[in-house]
Ligand binder design. Structure first.
Ligand code: 3HC
Length: 311
């Protein structure tokens, strides 16, 4: 027997309306949102590490201030997304435990090292640029708290992308050594940023249902294609090239043909064998342990406050 709420749920989805936390929803809808939203939140938090690596070594006070603001934004995005995920009935502690234990996924992109200052520019331009491509459609996600969180996050992401582009532009207008540094960073971050959009549509087990429920509005390959279409003219302005000899405009398709992507690399990184997976997890565990006293103090304070309120 179907639940009386099911008809309303189907009607809300069909009419492009929103599902609120207290609305009836299929268990599988709830589960796939907890899966995607918690992984999105984990990605934001882990993503602070590669960038933070250059805060103490930024080339100027201005660059340091901008990078600190960006890393703080990522922390805020993570907290925003954890809060939105909690509306589905999972606790913050459960999600933290899933990340700390290594059970949870987070975006593959954050398992690569930041080897030079130019990486901070490449991350802003490519990684935050890919994030914008992926996150703008999520503003219209059928699950309302997720869509609302994305509106705020996308605004800040645009600043992240802009400052990354500007770092690379500055380097490309600099010495030959600076130009080589920028091109080297683009060469290292290009393919991993395309993998952020997920496996090819034919290998994407969650896409069909996510699209039917209007969580995912465009397929992995569609967004990847859109991203490259945005990048090519920007690369021309920068004067950088992409490490894809097969990248060329296809007049018939009115889109760029891409060279083959090494999907075995994505599988390896997702499986924990990327360049920095162990380091990222180790750092996250340390941060959790280092922060235990804050959680205990906050809990003790809340307990005494509650006890006093009872007096
Ligand atoms: N890294 C890690 N895991 C990935 C991945 C990647 N790049 N791409 C896909 N996967 C995982 C999926 O999570 C899924 O595993 P699961 O079922 O255990 O969760 C599996 O590979 C198959 O992929 P699907 O395409 O079937 O999965 P989805 O339909 O969930 O699509 C996605 C993957 C496009 C990443 C989607 O989950 C999504 O849009 N997530 C929200 C956005 C997000 O998480 N972005 C990550 C970067 S965060 C960021 O960019 C912040 C910015 O500040 C830099």
């Amino acid at each position: 027997a179907t639940d009386p709420g099911e008809a309303l749920f189907e009607q809300l989805i069909a009419s492009d309306s929103r599902i609120e936390p207290r609305d009836w929803m299929p268990d599988a809808y709830r589960r796939t949102l907890i899966r995607q939203m918690s992984q999105h939140a984990h990605s934001e938090i882990i993503g602070m590490q590669p960038e933070a690596n250059w805060i103490s070594r930024a080339p100027s006070l201005k660059r340091k201030a901008i990078l600190m603001a960006k890393v703080q934004d990522e922390a805020g995005h993570g907290l925003y997304l954890y809060s939105a995920t909690q509306t589905l009935g999972i606790t913050r502690d459960e999600m933290t435990e899933q990340l700390i234990s290594g059970a949870a996924k987070y975006s593959s992109i954050f398992n690569y090292p930041t080897l030079s200052w130019a990486d901070i520019g490449a991350i802003g331009w490519l990684v935050d640029g890919a994030a914008i491509c992926n996150q703008v459609p999520l503003c219209r996600c059928s699950y309302a708290p997720y869509g609302r969180a994305m509106v705020r996050i996308c605004k800040e992401e645009s600043f992240h992308q802009r400052q990354g582009f500007e770092i690379l532009l500055t380097l490309m207008r600099g010495t030959p050594e600076q130009q080589r540094m920028a091109q080297d960073a683009v060469d290292r971050w290009y393919w991993p940023s395309l993998m952020m959009f997920g496996p090819p549509d034919a290998d994407s087990p969650n896409s069909a249902r996510s699209m039917a429920w209007k969580i995912k509005r465009f397929s992995n390959d569609e967004l990847r294609q859109r991203f490259v279409g945005m990048l090519v003219p920007q690369a021309a302005v920068l004067g950088v090239t992409f490490p894809d000899p097969d990248l060329r405009w296809n007049e018939e398709r009115q889109a760029y043909d891409l060279g083959p992507i090494d999907w075995s690399e994505l599988q390896r990184v997702i499986a924990g064998e990327g360049p920095c997976n162990a380091q990222r997890m180790q750092r996250r565990r340390e941060a959790h342990e280092d922060g235990a006293w804050v959680r205990e103090a906050a809990a003790a304070y809340a307990a005494t406050k509650a006890a006093r309120a009872q007096e």
